[in-house]
Design a protein around this ligand. Structure first.
Ligand code: C2O
Ligand code: CU
Ligand code: CU
Length: 461
């Protein structure tokens, strides 16, 4: 089709059956994109910041016909943006006002495991806790979500997910769009099904290979649009879906530029015609609207479904160009010198496993030395019905992708990653180094697979 680099995976061959449902809701008019609020700090100095994040129940108006019972952080659905800076010491007061346990996992943060918020750190109903950490990583778009044992998929489905923006001196200095809600927008992508009463009915839409919905929500908005100037627009894409893979493109087939992957800026902007994103992954892209005029609408698509309409409502004169260099990513070490740890992803549905085992909180699966680079070689065994794509995620790190089936990864995967789509039959090699001690999870980010037990534990000492 003449498509450029799609990164990671392409085609629709190995996804769950319901993944092909068209993501449309013709009955809902175009609606202005909801923007998560930038959370106001409880207190802030140059070196420290304190936030409060509370999981709570609520009701959310998504569409005509009545509100939907949902859960959210500091609100009824999804959560705010926590803005932190490299070097800053962060305190987060967490609270659980739900009627069941939850945990607060900071996906992509390099923090000790007692801060990480995995299944060992559940907070009981009406419970509170505090986490403290120093931000020891570069500018990136991360997210946070629950991770208590066996309830992650359902709690995220009903609305628990928020954003973390890390900024640093380097990101301050880069000439990139950075006016929140003006030319810099987060897009949290989720698919949901509404029942006849406008409710989410997770139990009845559940699938062990990932629960899909027939309606796309972007930041909780159905059929969203944004009003922009004809300038460069930065979109921070977060695949917050339980299981859906997206393949983004523009409706006029124009090229866009990926500038960041999960853990920070790419070395240089990567020109792309299409971008694949599996659950848990993030990508920042820049869409150049300079060839458009007032009155034009450009659409970000997922296949034939519209994800977001960008309406030009104002023209500017004088365009900026993208920086040629965005980051310096260190070279990988000589792989022959590094120890290799092997992981096999297998099964489907309730049979999913890693190295033949399902998750056990009381079992350590891998031991690893602190601050030591090793290679994780992850093989996706197509052992049942041709297998399926598994997004493999590791806590507490940002890794480098060394190869896919022995070949160099696409350019947009040559930056920092914490989640990587692995196709059936594929072997992906990662260079990985744990900067903090503790017991960390690694798992499939199809949330139902994670809950079923496609997850293991690495102990870092
Ligand atoms: Cu985004 Cu272990 O999770
Ligand atoms: Cu995570
Ligand atoms: Cu999986």
């Amino acid at each position: 089709t003449g498509q450029a680099d799609v990164g990671g995976f392409s085609g629709m061959g190995h996804m769950g059956g319901t993944n092909t449902v068209k993501l449309v809701d013709a009955a809902t008019a175009m609606t202005k994109l909801k923007l998560p609020e930038m959370l106001a700090a409880d207190s802030e100095t140059a070196t420290e910041i304190t936030y409060t994040v509370t999981a709570q129940v609520g009701e959310t108006a998504f569409k005509a016909g009545g509100k939907t019972r949902t859960i959210g952080y500091n609100g009824s659905y999804l959560g705010p943006v926590l803005m932190v800076r490299e070097g800053q010491t962060v305190h987060i007061n967490i609270g659980n006002q739900l009627s069941e346990a939850t945990s607060f996992h900071w996906h992509g943060l390099k923090v000790p495991s007692d801060v990480d918020g995995g299944p060992h750190s559940a907070v009981a109903p009406n419970g509170t806790a505090q986490v403290d950490f120093t931000v020891k990583q570069e500018a990136a778009t991360l997210w946070f979500h629950p991770h208590a044992l066996g309830t992650t998929a359902r709690q995220i489905y009903y609305g628990l997910a928020g954003l973390i923006y890390i900024e640093d001196e380097h990101s301050d200095s880069l000439d990139l769009p950075k006016d929140y809600g003006v030319n810099d927008f987060p897009l949290v992508l989720q698919d949901r099904t509404f029942d006849a009463d406008n409710q989410f009915d997770y139990a009845h839409t559940y699938s062990a290979d990932g629960t899909f919905g027939d309606t796309l929500l972007v930041n909780g908005t159905i059929n969203p649009y944004i009003e922009v100037k004809n300038e460069k627009i930065r979109l921070r894409l977060v695949n917050g879906s339980n299981a859906r893979n997206y393949r983004f493109s523009l409706n006029d087939q124009a090229t866009f530029y990926q500038i960041a992957s999960d853990g920070g800026f790419l070395e240089s902007p990567v020109a792309m015609a299409a971008l694949a994103l599996s659950p848990g992954e993030r990508a920042e892209i820049v869409v150049d609207m300079s060839l458009h005029q007032k009155g034009d609408t450009l659409k970000l698509m997922d296949g034939s479904a519209t994800v977001l309409a960008l309406k030009v409502t104002e023209e500017i004169t004088g365009q900026t160009s993208l920086p040629e260099q965005l980051n310096t990513i260190p070279e990988a070490e000589d792989a022959a010198q590094l120890e290799v740890k092997r992981f096999t992803l297998s099964g489907m549905g309730f049979m999913v496993a890693i190295n033949g085992k399902q998750f056990d909180m009381d079992r350590i699966d891998v031991e690893q030395d602190l601050n030591k680079k090793v290679i994780w070689e992850v093989y996706n065994a197509p052992d049942m019905m041709g297998g399926m794509l598994h997004p493999f995620h590791v806590h507490g790190v940002q890794f480098k992708v060394l190869s896919r089936n022995g070949a160099a990864p696409p350019l947009n995967e040559q930056g920092w990653k914490d989640t990587i789509a692995i196709n059936p039959g594929e072997t992906v090699r990662l260079e990985i180094e744990f900067p903090e001690k503790g017991v960390f999870m690694y798992h499939c980010h199809i949330l139902e697979h994670e809950d079923i037990g496609m997850m293991g534990q690495v102990s870092v000492e």
